[in-house]
Design a protein around this ligand. Structure first.
Ligand code: NAD
Ligand code: TYD
Length: 350
């Protein structure tokens, strides 16, 4: 029986994780703490918002007083920490927002957990959800393992790397029972259309240019979001305290080939003439400090805990496109208001 604080549960990965835990573990009490930035959206959780084991609190993870109250009231036995500023491009424009939430916010959560769990650490779990971007950028060969030295290169990845280090320091110094996983790029339903895949799906639907940074040769390792949260479930319940697990899709694509695959599938689904959407591809100025390649070695997770990705990419992308085509209202809601001014600033300067 757990009482779990999920942070950032209204975001992309957090909403899938919250849904999985609320429905799969009806005997767990789940509290979702989210400040609802532009990326947080309670519409992502509509289907579970009335479940008796679920509640939502609007609040900031940097607010230590609030965290102390929540720990006292709810007797949390575990934290699943997803809340973060998560978009590299925004971290280039506004690095301090990333340091505040990702570093200070994580440290505040650790502090609240430590104060609440002192003298009774056994059976508690502080699970920190992190990214493969902490390892830096690969050349054309090689993979990130759990032993790869950290070499973050963007304000986003360096803030996540800092938070990983602080989590480990609480394990070593205070024996806080932590677990960390570092995952590759996720895709799937409820993904905010500032990231490559949902942005291109949205633009293809609307016949708008598909902005490819640089030459489109950067490589990412894509994992369907439900596979990611399934891995978190496995690590949460069976992973070893103090350990780190890499999670990846064994699924590397250059950006340009990925966008061409999106175009191909969407032409079919939208009954457009073959090649129509590819004409929207537009090469734009490269991202500053653009990491060339990410690729995860996830054999530790497979060998120790038996987790593997379940979906082939073409199938995952097809499901994802179908979701966006069937959820136009969600897409309209998140792309109205502030989105437009973000988009203009981000792309019209390029
Ligand atoms: P997201 O941007 O979609 O969601 C982040 C959520 O955190 C939002 O609901 C937002 O409102 C909330 N939040 C932000 N600042 C907060 C604060 N100060 N207090 C409380 N809530 C706050 O992010 P995501 O893509 O779902 O990523 C979730 C986690 O997974 C992040 O830690 C990210 O680093 C990690 N991750 C993401 C990916 C990916 O491909 N998206 C891959 C690996 C790891
Ligand atoms: P993104 O989805 O932002 O994830 P991350 O930077 O965390 O990997 O970007 C994925 C890749 O796509 C990355 O190499 C940058 C590139 N990209 C574009 O070419 N155009 C775009 O408009 C965006 C948002 C990303």
């Amino acid at each position: 029986m757990h009482s779990i604080l999920i942070t950032g549960g209204a975001g992309f990965i957090g909403s899938h994780l919250t849904r999985l835990f609320v429905t799969k573990y009806p005997h767990y009490n789940i509290v979702n703490l989210d400040v609802l930035t532009y990326a947080g959206n309670l519409e992502n959780l509509k289907d579970i918002e009335d479940k008796p084991n679920y509640s939502f609190i609007k609040g900031n993870i940097t607010d230590l007083e609030l965290l102390r109250i929540l720990f006292t009231q709810n007797h949390f036995t575990a934290v699943l920490h997803c809340a973060a500023e998560s978009h590299v491009d925004r971290s280039i424009t506004d690095p301090l927002a990333f340091i505040t939430t990702n570093v200070l916010g994580t440290a505040s959560l650790l502090q609240a957990a430590k104060e609440s769990w002192i003298g009774k650490m056994e059976d508690k779990i502080f699970y920190h959800i992190s990214t493969d971007e902490v390892y830096g950028s690969l050349g054309e060969t090689g993979f990130f393992t759990e032993k790869t030295a950290y070499d973050p290169r963007s304000p986003y990845s360096s803030s996540k790397a800092s938070s990983d280090h602080i989590v480990r320091s609480f394990y070593h110094t205070y024996k806080l029972p932590v677990k960390i996983s570092n995952c590759s790029n996720n895709y799937g339903p409820f993904h905010f259309p500032e990231k490559l895949i949902p942005l291109c799906i949205h633009n293809i639907i609307n016949n708008k240019p598909l902005p490819i940074y640089g030459k489109g040769e950067n490589v990412r390792d894509w994992l369907y979001v439900e596979d990611h949260v399934r891995a978190i479930d496995v690590v949460f319940h069976s992973g070893k305290v103090g350990e780190t697990y890499n999670i990846g899709g064994h699924n590397e694509w250059t950006n340009i080939n990925l966008v061409k695959e999106l175009c191909r599938q969407m032409d079919e689904k939208l009954r457009r003439e073959k090649g129509t959407s590819e004409k929207l591809i537009t090469y734009v100025k490269d991202r500053a400090g653009h990491d060339l390649r990410y690729a995860i070695e996830a054999t530790k997770l497979k060998n120790e805990l038996g987790w593997m990705p379940s979906l082939q990419f073409e199938e995952g992308i097809s499901k994802t496109i179908d979701w966006y085509l069937n959820n136009g209202e969600w897409l309209n809601h998140v792309t109205s208001g502030d989105y437009q001014s973000y988009y203009d600033k981000q792309y019209h300067k390029r």
